[in-house]
Design a binder for this molecule. Structure first.
Ligand SMILES: N[C@@H](CCC(=O)N[C@@H](CS)C(=O)NCC(=O)O)C(=O)O
Length: 259
């Protein structure tokens, strides 16, 4: 059984897509980031970086629980656990990792900032809008050229597509028209038609609220509360869910925080 710490956002949705594709059993632990639940000590023990998604696999390596954050790491972990959606052959495997890293290092941060300055920023800052929207358009161009040559980002359908697809889904936030990127459009539609993807989109669908944060959500996501949390998630001697039973304590980053 896998606990999925989740809220319905593009980064979050990558993980139920993979869990559904692999037919893994999971239970959803909602983390309402619009109300600051990402700062709760119990969640910080799983992800000291106060962001969803995160997982705890109760059947981790060595039959010990394994806690994991960062969507790219989680997707790789699940691919290795199940032997699916990331080939073992080295060339193919690194092609998947390359496009997965392209998503987590480029698509996520740049589209995210584009959406922030277009939709969330209280003041219109033209320089920031231009900078991040141009980057977003450039990245769509990279994907479109790639998807003209191959069916999926890494050739075969893989965790790289699962990571990227939810970000294309919210393209209205970035004012992107897929008619300008016909190969991305073909790819987007074929993945969107997959039953596992449809099931994943149903997870907490009624809580999905992107694009118009109220005052409390603004404070939780962009305000001082990001800096004023006491990051001492685990009491001395208490293990995090990721710690082994060998007497070693949880890795230090889960116990320490800014002083
Ligand atoms: N690099 C991280 C990004 C995760 C992320 O930014 N999550 C957002 C939601 S999409 C979040 O939890 N934000 C809450 C916060 O920043 O307090 C990943 O890929 O997992």
């Amino acid at each position: 059984m896998i606990d999925l710490y989740f809220w319905p956002t593009p980064n979050g949705q990558k993980i139920p897509i993979m869990l559904e594709e692999c037919g893994l059993e999971y239970r959803v632990k909602p983390v309402n980031m619009l109300r600051g639940e990402q700062f709760k000590p119990a969640f910080l023990r799983v992800n000291p970086n106060n962001k969803i998604p995160a997982i705890v696999d109760h059947d981790g390596p060595g039959q010990e629980p394994m806690a994991l954050f960062e969507s790219g790491a989680i997707l790789q972990y699940l691919a290795e656990k199940t032997g699916q959606f990331m080939p073992r052959e080295r060339r193919a495997r690194y092609t998947v990792l390359q496009w997965l890293t392209f998503q987590v290092a480029n698509v996520g941060p740049m589209f995210g900032q584009c959406g922030h300055f277009l939709g969330y920023a209280p003041r219109k800052i033209q320089y920031a809008i231009d900078r991040y929207r141009n980057e977003t358009l450039r990245l769509y161009g990279v994907m479109d050229r790639r998807l003209k040559a191959v069916e999926y980002l890494a050739g075969e359908y893989s965790i790289a597509d699962m990571a990227t697809w939810p970000w294309v889904r919210v393209r209205w936030l970035h004012r992107i028209d897929l008619a300008e990127f016909p190969h991305v459009q073909r790819w987007y539609e074929s993945i969107g038609a997959r039953p596992a993807v449809q099931r994943a989109l149903g997870v907490l669908a009624d809580r999905e609220k992107i694009g118009n944060p109220d005052a409390k959500a603004r404070e939780a996501l962009f305000g001082r509360s990001q800096l004023t949390q006491k990051r001492r998630p685990t009491a001395a001697g208490k293990r995090s869910p990721g710690a082994r039973k060998t007497g070693r304590r949880a890795d230090k980053t889960t116990r320490r925080g800014p002083r």
